[in-house]
Design a protein around this ligand. Structure first.
Ligand code: PMP
Length: 362
C-alpha cells in the first residue's frame, strides 16, 4: 500500500464488557514539594539489607523459581502450615485475579462490599463473571449480614476486606465467624488482609487464626504495605491446597520475580525492624484520628495505614484545598477522600487544612 492510502484497520472483535471497564486508577503522583498520600504506600524506604539481598539475588538471565518455594517454606513455618498451603503471587492483586478466575466465570457472581478496593470490579469483569456490590453501612464498615444475604446459587466468590480500603474499618472476629457459618461451604471466601499488620484492635478478625478451620476460606496478605515492597510486587495467600492449586493453575507462570522473592525473604529476616516502623505508623494514624475527631470530623475507627474523610458532595472542594496545601490524597467523587499515613511532617501539613475544610461539610 502506498503512503497516501488509508491504513486498513481490521474490525477486531473485543469483549464489550472489557471495553466498558475503566482501567485501574492509580494514585496520582505528587510534585517534589508535596506529600504523596494517595496509594497507601509505606513512607519508609527499603532497609539496606533488603536492597543488598535484591542485588545479590540475580543471575537475572535465569528465570525465577516459579513456585517461590524458599519464600513459601518460610511463610509456612511461621504460620504453622505446609508450604502447599501457601501460594505467592506478584502482589495480592494478582492473587485476587487468580482466585476469582479460578472460581467464577460467565453466569457466576462475585459478591463484595462497596465501597472497597477499586480493583475488585475489573478483576471480576476480566474473569467474565458479574459483580454484586453490597453497600457498606453509613459509617463505612461492612454489613456482613447483607453480604451473606446477597449470596445465592450463582455466587462463586465472596470478598471481605479488613481493614477495608478505603474506609479503614475492620470486621470483628466474632462477626466474621458468624458470617462464615452463613456462607455455603462451596462458595470461596476471600479475606483480603492487605493492611493486617497495621491493625491494633484486638477484636478485629485475624485471618491467620482461622486457617485450617474452614474449607472455603483463603486469606490474602501482601509485602506491599507493612513491608514497604509495593514496587517489587509480592503477595501471598494461605488456605486449602485444592483451592490454592486452582489459583496456581489460573496464574501467569513465572510472574513473581527473583528480586521480589529475595526482597520478601530478606524482609522477613528483618521483621522486627519493619514491624517497629509499622507500630510507628499505627501510632501516627491513631494520633491523626484523634486530632481529626477533635476538629469535628466523624471518622470510623481507622485500622489500616490510612484514614477516610467522608467529605460527600464537598469532596472536590476539599481535595482542591488539600492539593493547594501540598497533600496529594485519593479522592472518590461525591463520596470521600482517603489519606495515607505518611511522614510525620505530612500530618503537620494536613491538620491545618482539614481544620479549614471541616467547615465545608454539611
Ligand atoms: N487489597 C487491598 C485492599 C489493597 O488496598 C491493595 C493495594 N491497594 C491490594 C489488595 C493489592 O496490593 P498488592 O497487589 O500491592 O499486594
Amino acid at each position: 500500500a502506498s503512503a497516501d492510502e488509508p491504513a486498513v484497520v481490521p474490525a477486531v472483535k473485543l469483549r464489550p464488557e472489557i471495553l466498558a471497564s475503566p482501567p485501574y486508577r492509580q494514585g496520582r503522583p505528587a510534585a517534589a514539594d508535596a506529600f504523596k498520600l494517595s496509594s497507601n504506600e509505606n513512607p519508609f524506604p527499603p532497609l539496606d539489607g533488603v536492597i543488598d539481598a535484591v542485588v545479590a539475588s540475580g543471575a537475572f538471565n535465569r528465570y525465577p523459581d516459579a513456585s517461590a518455594l524458599a519464600l513459601r517454606e518460610v511463610l509456612a513455618a511461621r504460620t504453622g502450615v505446609s508450604p502447599e498451603n501457601i501460594h505467592v503471587g506478584s502482589g495480592s492483586v494478582a492473587l485476587l485475579s487468580q482466585f476469582i478466575a479460578a472460581a467464577a466465570g460467565p453466569g457466576d457472581t462475585v459478591v463484595y462490599p462497596w465501597r472497597s478496593f477499586e480493583a475488585y470490579p475489573g478483576l471480576v469483569t476480566v474473569a467474565g463473571a458479574t459483580s454484586v456490590q453490597v453497600p457498606n453501612r453509613a459509617d463505612g464498615s461492612h454489613d456482613l449480614h447483607a453480604l451473606a444475604a446477597a449470596v445465592d446459587d450463582t455466587t462463586r466468590v465472596v470478598i471481605v476486606c479488613s481493614p477495608n480500603n478505603p474506609t479503614s474499618t475492620t470486621v470483628s472476629a466474632a462477626a466474621f465467624e458468624e458470617f462464615l457459618a452463613r456462607v455455603p461451604s462451596d462458595v470461596l471466601v476471600l479475606l483480603d488482609e492487605a493492611y493486617a499488620e497495621f491493625v491494633t484492635d484486638a477484636d478485629a478478625v485475624q485471618g491467620l487464626r482461622l486457617t485450617g478451620r474452614y474449607p472455603n476460606l483463603v486469606v490474602l496478605r501482601t509485602f506491599s504495605k507493612a513491608y514497604g515492597l509495593a514496587g517489587l510486587r509480592v503477595g501471598w495467600a494461605i488456605g486449602p491446597v485444592e483451592i490454592l492449586d486452582a489459583a496456581r493453575a489460573a496464574a501467569i507462570p513465572l510472574s513473581v520475580t527473583q528480586p521480589a522473592q529475595a526482597a520478601a525473604l530478606a524482609s522477613l529476616e528483618r521483621e522486627d525492624e519493619l514491624l517497629r516502623r509499622v507500630a510507628e505508623l499505627a501510632d501516627r494514624r491513631d494520633r491523626l484520628h484523634a486530632e481529626l475527631t477533635a476538629q469535628g470530623w466523624f471518622i470510623p475507627a481507622a485500622q489500616g495505614n490510612f484514614v477516610w474523610l467522608a467529605t460527600g458532595d464537598a469532596t472536590d472542594a476539599a481535595n482542591d484545598a488539600l492539593l493547594a496545601g501540598g497533600i496529594v490524597a485519593r479522592a472518590f467523587p461525591n463520596s470521600g477522600i482517603r489519606v495515607s499515613i505518611g511522614e510525620e511532617e505530612s500530618v503537620e501539613k494536613l491538620l491545618p487544612i482539614t481544620q479549614r475544610i471541616v467547615d465545608l461539610l454539611p
